[in-house]
Design a protein around this ligand. Structure first.
Ligand SMILES: Nc1ncnc2c1ncn2[C@@H]1O[C@H](COP(=O)(O)OP(=O)(O)OP(=O)(O)O)[C@@H](O)[C@H]1O
Ligand SMILES: [Mg+2]
Length: 239
């Protein structure tokens, strides 16, 4: 059996001397999607940013496909197979959609054609500049650009934040085709637990930089007590 895509062991990191992550140990097997949940300020972004290599490392380890990447610089982590869509999206506003996608592309199964097939809106907008896109289109571009790096593990930090409900559903459907359809391993941070649990395999809830729940997404979806205790569960959403 191949090594898990990701293993973190007692990972402690933060900003300068301050530790935010209080020792995170988790594992993602190849092809699985992890929903990373928790209220505001619990360390979700800090965890994913630590995997991407842009926080202050304190202790513990990060193995990617069995390779120790703990001390690698951020650009080397991308080359090692970490595809990161940060919370603030960070697309190149003065480049076109197509230039955004080819700027940092690496060879592999994800090509321009395949990303356009996944996101037909991006193909329609391929000559538009990043700053001419709607919020939803910018997010699709951020995901498409991360796929073009042909990562082993895709990190999506609140991909649906601030988007209209119809765009949220469109984007989540595309993410499901990328993960469950195409077998991409991923971590998805999402406020809307009931939206992301059906399209993920496993779930972790953080509180104060520590894991307070770890289990399958199906179990968590059926556990109203835990959902209510640790998450801001959106009201009126059917199960
Ligand atoms: N650049 C930074 N410098 C110092 N402290 C930070 C920085 N970014 C975040 N923090 C602190 O780290 C803690 C965790 O923040 P983080 O952004 O990881 O939370 P989060 O779970 O992603 O929250 P949200 O749901 O609001 O995005 C918070 O206490 C926050 O104030
Ligand atoms: Mg965050």
């Amino acid at each position: 059996m191949s090594a898990p895509v990701l293993v973190t062991e007692k990972l402690v990191a933060g900003y300068g001397e301050a530790s935010v992550l209080a020792g995170i140990s988790l594992k993602i097997e190849e092809g699985r999607t992890l929903a990373l949940l928790g209220r505001n300020g619990t360390g979700k972004t800090t965890f994913v940013n630590t995997l991407a290599g842009v926080t202050t490392y304190h202790s513990g380890s990060i193995l990617l496909m069995g390779r120790d990447v703990t001390k690698l610089r951020a650009d080397r982590r991308a080359a090692a197979g970490i595809g990161w869509v940060p919370q603030e999206r960070n697309i190149f506003k003065s480049l076109t959609v197509e230039e955004n996608m080819t700027a940092i592309a690496r060879p592999g199964v994800w090509t321009l054609e395949r990303v356009y097939a996944m996101f037909p809106r991006l193909k329609e907008r391929r000559k538009n500049l990043g700053n001419q896109l709607s919020g939803g289109e910018q997010q699709m571009l951020a995901v498409g650009r991360a796929l073009m790096v042909n990562p082993k593990l895709l990190l999506l930090d609140e991909p649906t934040e601030g988007l209209a409900p119809i765009i949220v559903d469109e984007l989540l459907a595309a993410i499901q085709r990328i993960t469950q359809g195409e077998g991409m391993s991923a971590i998805i941070i999402e406020q809307k637990a009931r939206k992301v649990l059906p399209l993920s395999d496993d779930a972790v809830i953080l509180d104060r930089g520590a894991i307070v729940y770890q289990g399958t997404s199906a179990d968590l979806l059926a556990n109203d007590d835990i959902l209510g205790k640790h998450l801001t569960v959106e009201k009126g959403t059917p199960h």
